[in-house]
Design a protein around this ligand. Sequence first.
Ligand SMILES: C[S@@+](CC[C@H](N)C(=O)[O-])C[C@H]1O[C@@H](n2cnc3c(N)ncnc32)[C@H](O)[C@@H]1O
Length: 205
Amino acid sequence: MSNPWMDINLKDYEGHMQLDSVQQLPVLNQMMHGQFYRHAAATIMILGIAGGNGLNHIDPEKICKVYGVDINPNYLAICLERYPSLAGVFEPIQADLSDPEASLPHADLVIANLLVEYIGCNCLQEIIRKVKPVFVSCIIQINDAHGFVSQSPYASAFTRLDEVHHQLSEPILIGCMREIGYSLCHSAQEALPNGKKLLQLDFSL
Ligand SMILES: C[S@@+](CC[C@H](N)C(=O)[O-])C[C@H]1O[C@@H](n2cnc3c(N)ncnc32)[C@H](O)[C@@H]1O
C-alpha cells in the first residue's frame, strides 16, 4: 500500500487548511516566521513541507539554505514553482521519512510541523540523529474531542490518513527528544477557531 500522502492532492490539503473553520495555514504561516528567526540558523530543513507554506519569510541574506523534504514529489514541484526567488537557496528532497535508509544532509535547524503525527517519534529520532541539528522546532496539533481531521467538504480526501496516524502529545514529544539529548528551550501556542490548538515546542542540544 502506498503512503496515503502520495494520493492527496495539494489543492485538497490546502483547501481544507484554509477553511474559515480550520484556519491552520495562516496561523502556521505566522508561527513559522518565529521558528525561522528565533534561533541563529544559517541552514534549515523543513520536514513534510507540503506546498511550502512559510517560505515567503525566508530572507536569503540571513538564511543560506533551506531543504524542503516531502514524500510527495508533486508538492515539491509546486514549492519550486511558487518560490522562484529562492533559486539556489531552496532545495527539495524527495524522501519517505519513515524509511530508515532515507539519506539527509546536515542542517542547523530542523522544523517539523504537523508531521510527527504521521511518522511517529521513533522515526523522528532517527532523522534527528542523521541531520544532527542544533535546534529542532515542532508544531503539533492539540485536538478537541472531535478527532484529528476537522469536519470539512474536503474530508473524503483524508480518509486513509488513519493508517499512518500516530498518537502524539506534548509529554510524548518532550520525552522522545529528551531520549536523544535535546531539551525544551521554548514553547508557544495559538488557538484555532475549531477549538483545537497549535503547540510549538522548540528543542536545543
Ligand atoms: C499535515 S501535512 C503538514 C504540511 C506542512 N508542514 C504544514 O504544516 O502545513 C504533512 C506533510 O508531511 C508529508 N509527509 C507525511 N508522511 C511523510 C513521510 N513518511 N515522508 C515524507 N513526508 C511525509 C506529507 O506529504 C505532507 O506534505
